[in-house]
Design a protein around this ligand. Sequence first.
Ligand SMILES: NC(=O)c1ccc[n+]([C@@H]2O[C@H](COP(=O)([O-])OP(=O)(O)OC[C@H]3O[C@@H](n4cnc5c(N)ncnc54)[C@H](O)[C@@H]3O)[C@@H](O)[C@H]2O)c1
Length: 401
Amino acid sequence: MSKAKVRTGIVGAGFAATFHYQAALRVPGVDVEVVGVHSRTQASTDSFAQARGIQAFPDLEPLLAQIDVLHVCIPPEQHERVAIEALKRDIHPIVEKPLTGYFGDGGDNFDGREASMVEARAGALASIERMLAAEAASKARILYAENWVYAPTIQKEREILEKTKGQILWMHGEEAHSGSHAPSYGHWHLAGGGAMIGKGCHPLTAALYLKRVEGRARFGAPIRPATVTARTHALTQLPNFVDTGHIRADYVDIEDFAMTHVTFQDGTIATLFASDIVLGGVHNWLEVCAGNHRTICNLNPSNQMQTYNPVDSQFDDIYVVEKIGTKQGWAMTAPDEDFSHGFPQEIEAFYGAVAAGEGDGDGGGGEIESNSGLAADCIATIYSGYVSAANGGAEEAVTLL
Ligand SMILES: NC(=O)c1ccc[n+]([C@@H]2O[C@H](COP(=O)([O-])OP(=O)(O)OC[C@H]3O[C@@H](n4cnc5c(N)ncnc54)[C@H](O)[C@@H]3O)[C@@H](O)[C@H]2O)c1
């Protein structure tokens, strides 16, 4: 039987575009043709295209005319505009995290530290509503690229929940490292916030997803977030911060630490940490404390492989693990980091769904697990979290769309 053919394009030519491209090439069962790329500058578009033998598109429109799927790998502030352009043409946008957010008032002097978080939440919710309306009017679906949902550890926990009908009482987890590389990160008007959205969206979405899975398995309906209490801090901006050069410290108007405590509709809870101040490589994990079992999902690091290297330079051309500061000594070396993070699995799931014409409801069985509804709950929780943080951690209701 011949494979279904899907024509695809990429917008953006940076870090995410690189791993999306690699994952798109490896989708089994679907013949994915990467037609071309469009990025902000001609130089970045050309160099990305030339390195991969694909077409460079100086404008987005001619690329959209030739594709079924668009990988949206650009700063969060641009996600809504580009995803809606795709949806209008019945092209499925694979949108990187976070789905969208609030990026200020458009003024040159916007400073996230002084902004009203009530206005920020209203702006983010309005953005989601515009995206959901565009999706409802389109034959295409938003494919939300939250790789944690597809990480093998999280998917194994999905299986445990589905088969044992366990009740999750508390989850706690974290995404942290020593600082994001993207130039857009650090500016609220480009990233929509700091650690709580940029990193915290990952463990938060995994937690929201697993409560959906639990609800589906136990009584056929998702369990969604109800309230949130959060604290944010800008530790690297403290006047007494001792800068030793190991942690990125040039953020402009964002927090570099966030604690988000969610209460679900059934009264159970999740506590998620996100930060840019943790040394020793990425620290991505989620622990599930259910009434009938306990699971620790170590996305990265994991101790599947450990190496001891007495001389740093021996490993110059060997990838060890994301954001590790040194390759000398013991390391939790990642034999296949992309797989542990769920990158190839998410792209495979999306193309499989596009090729099969499957929907994105919450019914399980062939549905898109990381869909716009899950993404909307994540953004709604985070921006109510920002309101809470602005009020010293007072509990805030999460607006469900
Ligand atoms: N899932 C993950 O683990 C993960 C990891 C990194 C980044 N991301 C997400 O991927 C997205 C991109 O981040 P990145 O790390 O690749 O950033 P990056 O800075 O490496 O690359 C961004 C690219 O977008 C291009 N760009 C900017 N504005 C544009 C516009 N208006 N039109 C076309 N191109 C434009 C830039 O030229 C650049 O090529 C962000 O949403 C980020 O949150 C996700």
